[in-house]
Design a protein around this ligand. Sequence first.
Ligand SMILES: Cc1ncc(COP(=O)(O)O)c(C=O)c1O
Length: 434
Amino acid sequence: MNNQISNSTSNQNGWGPNLWPPFTQIASSPPPQRVIKGSGAMLYLENCDPLIDAISSWWVTLHGHSHPYIGNAISQQAKDLEQVIFADFVHPQAEKLANRLSDLTGLQRLFFSDNGSTAVEVALKIACQFWHNQGKPRNQIIAFNGAYHGDTFGAMALGERNLFSKPFENMLFPVKRIPWPSTWWGDENFEDHEQIALNELEIALGTPTAALVLEPLVQGAGGMAMVRPAFLKQIESLVRQSETLLIADEVLTGFGRCGSLFAFEQADIKPDLISLSKGLTGGFLPLGVTMSSEEIYQAFVGENPELTLWHGHSFTANPLGCAAANASLDLLTESPDSYLNFESRHLKHLKELSENPKIKKVRLKGTIAAFEVNGSEESGYLNPSGKIIKEVAKSHGVFLRPLGQVIYLMPPLCITESELKKCYSAIHLGLEKL
Ligand SMILES: Cc1ncc(COP(=O)(O)O)c(C=O)c1O
């Protein structure tokens, strides 16, 4: 009986009897649409008009869907070597990727995992074990209000406690939390907010701290909440004074998303550990990496087995993922203008949009443009205004996925001028419906 009920509920809502989708309440969500092809910024649907993927399919699609250069690199690699155990063996694509990312991040060591959450988990475990290996264990971790670092338990503990983490609250380790002084166009109080955060951080760092973790420049799932590079610089200086490790979660912000190859570059800071995923493979395949300084790595080297980082995944350094990542880096290196100049492409549209009296807190960083809907009585993920705008935009050929009252665009780098214009027109139309 129960089976029948659940089958009919899931069928009614279009997911069929076997699928269980992420981040979706089946009972109240519209049915999914079947995608049969992706090309550039476009998604082609079965029996429906195509849609512009204005959020890069959960922020992963960097150069566009089915980019032939990356597709060919994966296909070629599949003919040579599809997978090999990455203990006892190494392979050329992994070596090449490690060399390149070491050069680009300034951190010598690369540890592979499978996705953004695991790239953060690994950074956290490395940071904690770094202190443990030296016989100076430190237990405190510092993170920010509004943070999101993934859905595995460690990453979830780092993130803000919210609707997503509620059922597990008692099982999450404590984290010292600091305000995130997000800012926007016309914000006059940013300095006060930054100072409050820095004061709180200074007090928190009075307790020996293993690591501070942050999303440099933009908190993504927390609502595209942007801080000034200068704030990150001040954080770094406090963190250095207490010899705390600095972890940059660049899972979202990396690979040009913020207008530089990595967001930390704009703040002129040097993290000890960097987590990367999403755009790493151009959005083609799941892969995560954690970059670490040589100094940290050396704390794990020695005859004593207890010094070892006893962590790994079956698909560590999957050759197909590494080939995709190397191909994506080729594209980024060949045309840096695609991300360096993206902000100016948003600017003219966003300026016009910012005059709409229905919106507030307009902000822009690289490829990410965001604002909030005015007068939203309930803020947060469940705010209904985003849903309305999403539906209207979809009926005009644009796929958005607002975060509650926060509406944002984060298109693939390849989006054309006319497609980008269409995204903004769709938002204007959505706002008219509110
Ligand atoms: C900053 C950040 N860290 C970590 C994650 C988790 O990545 P994944 O979904 O690949 O596990 C995300 C996902 O959105 C993210 O935005």
